[in-house]
Design a protein around this ligand. Sequence first.
Ligand SMILES: [Cu+2]
Length: 146
Amino acid sequence: MRKVLSGALFTLSLGLALSGPLSATPPAANGSEFATLTKPGTKVPLGKEHYFTYGFTQAPKLGNAVMRVEVFTQDGKRDRSFAVFGDADMPSMRGAHSSGRKAFALSNKGAYLLPVQLVMPGDWEIRFTFEKNGASVFRGAYLFDL
Ligand SMILES: [Cu+2]
């Protein structure tokens, strides 16, 4: 009886070990801890009590663009209590045009805005970090082609 039980537990824990990493959001292609974000404009969960949306203010083209992030509570009230950071780079030539980690600025309306310089066509990535009270709450990466 004991043997059967421990066998079942072993199977269960093995199952959890195998399903854990697979069921989580896949990491970015570069293997970083940044979750890959789905397409702009969709609601992305942010901790247990918030969500955010993100997207360029206009369709991005070569030159200057502005990334906008908006944070809301689950019941739809705008929230300004996070610090949001962005880092733009080209994954295929990492470091060549990296913006470095920059803080989004809060607009009067309460949107988080970050100017981004898209200096050449190709694959781009913007990494987002959301912090609250100095602690990281969420990291995500948006990959797009220009
Ligand atoms: Cu480049």
